[in-house]
Design a protein around this ligand. Structure first.
Ligand SMILES: COc1nc(N)nc2c1ncn2[C@H]1C[C@H](O)[C@@H](COP(=O)(O)OP(=O)(O)OP(=O)(O)O)O1
Length: 162
């Protein structure tokens, strides 16, 4: 498996459905330093895997509550990312954005909250795909991306924006 063409995307289903949520307020974006799980050590948005019986939106809100002790207000769906790893693992990530929240961001055993200016997003400390789609999301586009990873290394990608 070396390129996206090696994958049958018509039948592809991610092993794990998951969410990412980005809070953007006052020209700043709220990110986390992830302390455990897939991508531990990287900077990302708060998020995690869907639990049985919940909707994607419920998952997005719960993960932000668990990781940062705040509740995003009215998150809106922005796009999806289909990640295939060469070891066979796959994850289908649904991404949300909110412009306000209740509470005060706090460090938890899962994450350290970090605010960055929108023109200073630390892509070099994030997953390699983020610089592909996050600027499009910030411009207001919806997106659907497909990515092939070998561990941390992005081998191939394709992004559609709407
Ligand atoms: C491969 O590229 C990725 N890029 C980005 N930006 N985000 C990714 C990528 N792969 C996974 N993610 C995100 C999606 C989820 O938000 C997390 C993974 O979920 P996690 O391991 O944190 O799941 P939890 O259910 O929270 O797990 P625990 O509570 O058991 O730690 O990474």
């Amino acid at each position: 498996m070396q390129s996206l063409q090696d994958i049958d995307w018509n039948t592809w289903q991610g092993k794990d459905p998951a969410t990412l949520t980005f809070i953007i307020k006052d020209e700043q974006i709220l990110l986390i330093r992830k302390k455990r799980g897939l991508g531990a050590g990287k900077i990302n948005g708060p998020g995690g895997r869907l639990e049985p019986g919940e909707t994607m939106l419920e998952c997005a809100i719960r993960e932000v509550q668990e990781e940062l002790c705040i509740t995003p207000i009215d998150p809106i769906f922005c796009g999806e990312s289909l990640f295939q790893f060469t070891d066979g693992y796959s994850i289908h990530v649904h991404t949300y954005m909110a412009h306000d929240f209740e509470g005060t961001p706090a460090e938890t055993d899962e994450a350290i909250p970090l605010w960055f200016p929108l023109d200073g997003i630390p892509y070099e400390e994030m997953w390699a795909d983020d610089i592909v789609w996050l600027p499009e999301m910030l411009k207001g586009s919806q997106f659907k991306g497909r990515y092939l990873f070998d561990g941390d290394r992005m081998l191939d990608h394709h992004l559609d924006i709407f």
